[in-house]
Write a new protein. Structure first.
Length: 28
């Protein structure tokens, strides 16, 4: 998972992936 703002690998990879999934769910 790479942060869109800092463009650097996120320390919390799993947490980042979960956030992406939640974003998609909320968009739906």
């Amino acid at each position: 998972f790479i942060c869109e703002k800092c463009e650097k690998p996120s320390k919390n990879v799993i947490q980042g992936e979960e956030m992406l999934i939640h974003k998609v769910e909320f968009d739906d």
